[in-house]
Design a protein around this ligand. Structure first.
Ligand code: ADP
Ligand code: MG
Length: 481
């Protein structure tokens, strides 16, 4: 029996998402990334005596948005607590957090894996402030500390131990990133640390219901690393147990240079953080009306939209899913179909030439100068057989980008409109057939595959303007006379 059939991995993820507010959780300091070190640090961020923090309403709204998007129960009576510990990048000597009294409880996030769709159960989503940054590699002798990030609002999204493979964890984080971006609460940028993940991993024998001892791999800063670190941990633990060892409860780090994990510290006795409600911050009560208003402001969520695209617009699952990879794509599609009922063609255009153009030019839908109405017009030209698809993508589309003009006007000006006038078509057909009499007689003797050769030659003579549907009919008539 393969070892992976003998053991089962159990994983719980803690994802920190930096909320996209302009200012910090308890004061007006800017949260912008990349400023000169220690320039966004008012006395409140520094926790100077006598300063009075205030809760950022937008941050609370964002946390509720996430909770509603994840089907959580929203706690109406909230307060913040101080989690006391010493660390150089923690200026106040405590972190303000909702660790024990989260604003969102329960809920789930749906993931799609090869095995199908599954709801990953959440334990909670709570708010807390971020710490500053210790930078160890800038100086030979000293650790540098940048406190700009201290006090930035975060939500921590904590799952139940309800993921069972590195692949599922990868899908889950991918989904979290799409969701936070979709509802606009976090830019989801893992390289800049806007989204960070700690992975708790344990193994147990298949069939066992109790949880095994867990290891926590801290600070995974890309989705790929989440998958690699978990994969490595599972293998390491299985090998350890198979060799008679025992998993130690540990905090570990991930070494991205060789895709392994390493021990940081053994989990000692539970830390005593001496939590107590922050006396400087007023508890806050959320009314039903406030929560409802936030819910009403949420956009249609990706999974619901994928469903709508299939049931209402007849798209296949592949197209529906990919249109929902990012909200900008779905938004653009939604606008295009205000102007056309060729839904499938609209999906093809957006997932094909439009996306390709955006990728090649390293840009996004915000920079797309073709309005949804003009793209719909282009789709209509192709559907009506006025312009063929390859001319539309290769010539018209780029010109529409640079000129922002109507595709019909451009096509007429450049003489790209497909010819469906039979006289003109017949003259190209005759030229072609006269130029290769040998092939024509072979065709007549039964070599029907030669039709492609004739079609190709006609296309060349007409510079792509001959309407292939009509040409096929006329050509077959002539050859079978
Ligand atoms: P801690 O107090 O060590 O942070 P928590 O109980 O708060 O532990 O859980 C943190 C995360 O670890 C959660 O996502 C939880 O689902 C997960 N977790 C807890 N126990 C296990 C386990 N034995 N195996 C895998 N994940 C676990
Ligand atoms: Mg933890």
């Amino acid at each position: 029996m393969a070892l992976n059939d003998k053991y089962e991995a159990v994983i719980g993820l803690e994802v920190h998402a930096q909320l996209a507010t302009n200012s910090k959780l308890f004061c007006g300091d800017s949260t912008s990334f990349g400023a000169a070190p220690n320039t966004h640090i008012s006395p409140i961020t520094m926790g100077h005596p006598g300063t009075l923090p205030k809760t950022n309403r937008k941050a609370v709204e964002y946390a509720i948005r996430m909770g509603l998007a994840c089907n959580c129960e929203i706690e109406k009576d909230n307060y913040f607590a101080r989690k006391n510990y010493f660390y150089p990048d923690l200026p106040k000597g405590y972190q303000v957090s909702q660790h024990t009294t989260p604003i969102c409880k329960g809920g789930y996030i749906t993931i799609h894996t090869a095995a199908g769709e599954r709801k990953v159960q959440l334990n909670r989503i709570h708010m807390e402030e971020d710490a500053g940054k210790s930078i160890h590699d800038l100086d030979d002798q000293f650790t540098c500390i940048d406190l700009n990030r201290a006090g930035t609002p975060l939500v921590e999204i904590v799952t139940e131990p309800d993921l069972f493979s590195a692949e599922e964890a990868w899908q889950y984080v991918t989904e979290v990133r799409r969701l936070v971006r979709w509802i606009g609460i976090c830019d989801g940028n893992m390289e800049e640390g806007s989204l960070r993940c700690d992975a708790n991993v344990s193994i147990r024998l298949k069939g066992e219901t109790r949880l095994g001892t867990k290891v926590e791999v801290k600070n995974l800063n890309s989705i790929r690393n989440v998958k690699k670190a978990i994969g490595y941990e599972i293998e390491r633990m299985i090998a350890l147990v198979e060799n008679g060892g025992k998993v130690q409860q540990q905090t570990r780090g991930f070494n991205a240079s060789n895709d392994t994990t390493f021990a940081i510290r053994d989990k000692e006795e539970a830390n005593d953080y001496r939590y107590f409600p922050d006396p400087d911050l007023a508890p806050f009560h959320l009314t039903d009306a406030f929560i409802k208003e936030i819910g009403a402001g949420l956009p249609a969520l990706p999974n619901a939209l994928i469903e709508t695209y299939q049931t209402q617009y007849g798209l296949n699952e592949y197209d529906a899913k990919h249109l929902c990879d990012e909200k900008e794509t779905a938004d653009y599609f939604n606008r295009v179909i205000n102007y056309t009922t060729h839904y499938k063609a609209a999906a093809n255009w957006i997932l094909g030439p439009v996306r390709q153009y955006l990728n090649e030019n390293n840009t996004g839908f915000a920079e797309l100068t073709i309005s949804p109405a003009l793209l719909a017009e282009l789709i209509q030209l192709v559907e009506d057989g006025k312009v063929n698809f390859s001319i539309a993508t290769a010539k018209l589309f780029p010109l529409m980008m640079s000129e922002k003009g109507s595709p019909l006007a451009i096509a007429e000006r450049l003489n790209l409109i497909q010819v469906n006038d039979t006289n003109e078509l017949e003259s190209w057909i005759n030229d072609t057939l006269q130029s290769m009499p040998g092939k024509v007689s072979e065709y007549k003797k039964g070599k029907k595959g030669l039709i492609g050769l004739f079609m190709g030659d006609i296309k060349k003579r007409s510079k792509g303007k001959a309407d292939p549907k009509i040409v096929t009919i006329l050509l077959e008539q002539k050859l079978n006379d």
